[in-house]
Design a protein around this ligand. Sequence first.
Ligand SMILES: *[C@@H]1O[C@H](CO)[C@@H](O)[C@H](O)[C@H]1NC(C)=O
Ligand SMILES: *[C@@H]1O[C@H](CO)[C@@H](O)[C@H](O)[C@H]1NC(C)=O
Ligand SMILES: *[C@@H]1O[C@H](CO)[C@@H](O)[C@H](O)[C@H]1NC(C)=O
Ligand SMILES: *[C@@H]1O[C@H](CO)[C@@H](O)[C@H](O)[C@H]1NC(C)=O
Ligand SMILES: *[C@@H]1O[C@H](CO)[C@@H](O)[C@H](O)[C@H]1NC(C)=O
Length: 618
Amino acid sequence: MAWLLLIFLCLGSSRAHFLNITSKFEPDLEGRLLSLLLTLQTEKLYDTLLIYGRDCAFPSLSSRLQVPTVLVSSGSTNFEWNFSSLTLILSCEFQAEREENYRTLMKLQVARRLILLRGDFQPETECDFYSKKDQYNIAMVKENFDQFGVVYSCRLFQDRNYEEVNISDVTQIFVEQFRNMHGAPIRTITDNLEPRSMATQDPKTGKKKWIGFVANLINNFIEKVNATMDMPQKLTEVDGKIFFVNISKWAADDLLDIGMTVDSTWEMTNFDTFSYPYLTSSYCLMLPLPDLVPHNEIYGVIIDHGVLGVLLVLFLIFSMMLIYIQQKSFRGLRLTRVLMNDMCLRGFLAQPFPFPRQSSRKLKLVCLLLCFASLMTTTMYGAYLHTFLYSPPSEPVVRTISDFEKSRYKVAMNWAEIDMLRSEKHRKLHRVSDDRIHTFEDFQKFENLRGSFDNDFVFPVTSVRWSTYNEQQKLFQHPVFYYSDDFCLSRYSILSFPIRRHLPYRELFEDHILRQKEFGLLNHWIDHSFLDMLRLELTKRTDFSKPLEDKRKICVDDLYWVLGLYALALGIGGCCFALELLRSLNYWDRLKEYKWRLLAYLISYLSYLISFLKFKRF
Ligand SMILES: *[C@@H]1O[C@H](CO)[C@@H](O)[C@H](O)[C@H]1NC(C)=O
Ligand SMILES: *[C@@H]1O[C@H](CO)[C@@H](O)[C@H](O)[C@H]1NC(C)=O
Ligand SMILES: *[C@@H]1O[C@H](CO)[C@@H](O)[C@H](O)[C@H]1NC(C)=O
Ligand SMILES: *[C@@H]1O[C@H](CO)[C@@H](O)[C@H](O)[C@H]1NC(C)=O
Ligand SMILES: *[C@@H]1O[C@H](CO)[C@@H](O)[C@H](O)[C@H]1NC(C)=O
């Protein structure tokens, strides 16, 4: 076995039965170290010991301390181990630990270390060595520790990189150095993407600074730990905005400490180069609001099949009742008489009809009911029609992919999103055909198009960004887009800050994130985003909604169906009349007999022409 692992809990002297670690080291040094470790234990600075190396006092000491201990005598492991955050690492000599697994290293990065220096090693070089490895909680004791009682504690941000601490001052051995970084630089870079980080000028100092719900958090952190912001010039040289995926990449390559951006972590297997989640948001499509139904189709919209069926049944019942009451039997009941009942037809269209002269009480009652029915239906349809003509309803919204394929919309997407779209996870969206997708290589162009509210396109957007678009379109004459919960690239994406893998103040930063969120600052910043954008003139007050045409007046096109059906009905009427005339041989006599009917036809044709011409004039 490459290394030996023994975890045991000291349970007093019974340990000696199975572990015989006899003391062959100087008893004074051992006693002093034991009292140091006991003091550290009472200060609650550790609850687990991890000992690297074998030839020193530490392994034998551990049996006298009542804590779980891990012995790594060969100095290295190649397995991913999980340790408690309060692990104290004891090294038998300088470089006794040769940890191989980088994930175990990461977990042990912030652990406190106590190193026994043997030979003529100098604390200065040792501290340098560890700080290059991004390990900062280092204390060292020399072999003459029992005589002087001095612990050498590495210090950052100061000229002599270590301090000699008197053993009686235990709290000074391990101090949290990153709480005050004394102006040390934190390398960061911004994606300049509103509303999360927006460049502006500090009114007091005149320096460039960034605001927004991502930038604010970083600024506050830098201020809190007394550091300075350092934007690497080399990386910012590229003109225009930097795509946030590149920032994540640079952070993963150790070119940055913390990226001033948030990236989603859906394809990550671990959070090595990402911080604790900062916010969650859904990532869906924003779709143009459906168009209004054109005026000439409104006559069709008000016709509901169910209602029409009920009206037909009512008509048949009334018609049969009228025939039965007038004839006092069902003998005269024929389909044509029922369907073409003159009284009933006129009644239902709210037209006057001849009231039978000798009418019984029953007949009067039926006629009364007919009047009511006609009043109800004509009022209902009239109200419907007027309302819709005044404010037309909108077409049905797009709900399925097939609706979408039938619509005129195209999906505008950035190259990074295409991969996401095509993955099997997005069951709904991956069926969108390729010719419907417009891919943008340049994120900036995509942003500009989305910002112009072009309603021929559909755009993916996070719910956080959508909230600002929604605020913006409240300034328009009418809203243009809506956020669709039906088409989502991700309903729950976790956004985190990209950070360097071995960021030594990761815990401090994550604690800062949680505190700022807990205080409600994140929500406040997000709510304030749009106002900030307006103030910095990053968003225009232009009304991108297409002005609605003034539909108060009606033109011939709008009456297309009405006039068409009217003409058709008149045509049928004319044909019937002609057939009636042709039935008898003596046309002239017939014509004389029907002269009033002919007149009526002529008048209706005339009125049709007049109304057509009248509308044509507008
Ligand atoms: C421990 O080992 C030493 C030899 O190294 C031996 O003399 C001693 O008796 C052992 N003690 C026990 C308790 O086994
Ligand atoms: C430590 O945790 C990781 C996951 O965080 C796991 O994959 C690994 O197996 C764990 N190691 C041990 C020894 O349990
Ligand atoms: C450490 O402190 C003790 C008491 O506070 C003092 O007696 C001793 O001289 C100090 N040792 C050194 C090396 O400063
Ligand atoms: C912050 O750092 C500066 C050095 O850049 C230092 O002068 C100042 O004292 C520090 N502030 C605090 C509160 O320690
Ligand atoms: C970002 O990365 C892409 C490829 O990953 C590259 O084409 C592009 O030039 C990079 N942008 C910048 C600003 O470096």
